[in-house]
Design a protein around this ligand. Structure first.
Ligand SMILES: O=C(O)CCC(=O)C(=O)O
Length: 285
C-alpha cells in the first residue's frame, strides 16, 4: 500500500503544500474552502441534484462515458447558474496560489476546465484510474512524464467524505511513472478522505479515480473544480453560460476564468487572445 497522502492546513505556508504536491502528485489541503461557501454550495447543489437522474452525464461519449462516470453517480456543471457561491469559490486564494505556481510557468493565463458536482451513489463501483491530462493527449507525448503541467484539479468535500463513501483514490508518485497506461486497473491507490471544506488538490498527471461507495443508502457529496492552461480547450464550455456583460460585477479573475476576459500573456511576450473588439483592448486584459 502506498503511503497516505499528505494533509496540510490551508492556513499554513504554501511551500510544504507545493512540496507534497510535487512529491506525490497531490495533497490534501484542510480547510481550503470557507464554511460559508461550502454550506451554500452544499445547500444549492443538493437541491438542484433532486432533479438530476444518476448516470446521465456521459462526458459526451455515450455508453463509454456512462461507464466512466458511473451509473449511480449524479453529475452536473454550470454551477454559476445555480449559486453565486461558485464565484466565491473561483476566487479562493489558496487554490489560486497553488494553481499559479503549477500552471503559470506553462502559460500566460489559465481558465476553468470544469466545475462539476460529483455525488457518488450507494453501491457505485470504483471508477477506473485515469489521468485528467489525457483529455489533451499527454498519453501520446513522446516526452512523458517530462510534459508540462496543463491542468490542476481540486476535489472539494461538501460533507464528510470517507473511504467507505467513495473518497477519490490516488496513486502517489504516478505523475512520474515512466510507463503510461491510459487506464490503469491494478495500481494500488490511497483514499483522499475529506471533511467539509477540505480539498484534494492534484496534478493532471497523477492516476486517480472516484472510490467505490460501499454504503447501502448514503451519497458521497463532493465537487470538482479544475483549471487548464489558457491555450487548451476546456472540458466545459463555461463562457456560454453567461451573456456578454453578465459577469462585469465579478472580479477580473472570475471573468477571466470563465472566458469573459481576454487571455493575458503578460509577462510573456505575445498578443492578447480571446479578444472581443467591441470593447477597448485595454479593458480586456
Ligand atoms: O469522483 C471522483 O472522486 C473522481 C472523479 C474523476 O476523477 C473524474 O471523473 O475525472
Amino acid at each position: 500500500m502506498p503511503p497516505a497522502l499528505t494533509r496540510l492546513s490551508a492556513d499554513g505556508q504554501l511551500a510544504p503544500v507545493l512540496e507534497a504536491f510535487d512529491d506525490d502528485g497531490g495533497v490534501i489541503v484542510e480547510g481550503m474552502v470557507g464554511t460559508d461557501v461550502v454550506d451554500e454550495l452544499l445547500r444549492a447543489v443538493t437541491a438542484f441534484a433532486e432533479g438530476i437522474e444518476p448516470g446521465v452525464a456521459n462526458q459526451g461519449m455515450g455508453e463509454a462515458g456512462r461507464f466512466f462516470v458511473g451509473a449511480n453517480t449524479i453529475r452536473f456543471s454550470s454551477l454559476g447558474r445555480i449559486t453565486p457561491a461558485y464565484f466565491d469559490l473561483l476566487d479562493n486564494e489558496v487554490f489560486a496560489a497553488i494553481a499559479d505556481v503549477v500552471l503559470l510557468p506553462n502559460c500566460g493565463s489559465y481558465w476553468v476546465n470544469t466545475a462539476q458536482v460529483m455525488f457518488i451513489g450507494p453501491g457505485e463501483p470504483a471508477q477506473v484510474l485515469h489521468r485528467d491530462a489525457d483529455n489533451w493527449f499527454q498519453h501520446v507525448s513522446p516526452t512523458w512524464p517530462d510534459t508540462p503541467e496543463v491542468t490542476i484539479s481540486a476535489m472539494i468535500g461538501l460533507e464528510e467524505v470517507t473511504e467507505e463513501l467513495g473518497a477519490t483514490r490516488a496513486v502517489p508518485g504516478s505523475h512520474r511513472w515512466p510507463e503510461l497506461e491510459v487506464y490503469e486497473f491494478e495500481a494500488e491507490s490511497v483514499p483522499a478522505e475529506l471533511s467539509p471544506g477540505d480539498a484534494f488538490v492534484y496534478s493532471g498527471k497523477v492516476l486517480h479515480g472516484g472510490g467505490a461507495n460501499l454504503t447501502a443508502d448514503r451519497w458521497r457529496r463532493a465537487m470538482h473544480l479544475s483549471f487548464v492552461v489558457g491555450w487548451l480547450t476546456p472540458e466545459e464550455a463555461n463562457a456560454l453560460d453567461y451573456a456578454p456583460g453578465e459577469l462585469d460585477d465579478r472580479s477580473p479573475r472570475v471573468q477571466r476564468l470563465l472566458g469573459h476576459r481576454s487571455y493575458d500573456p503578460r509577462p510573456h511576450i505575445g498578443g492578447g487572445l480571446w479578444l472581443r473588439h467591441v470593447r477597448p483592448i485595454e479593458d480586456q486584459a
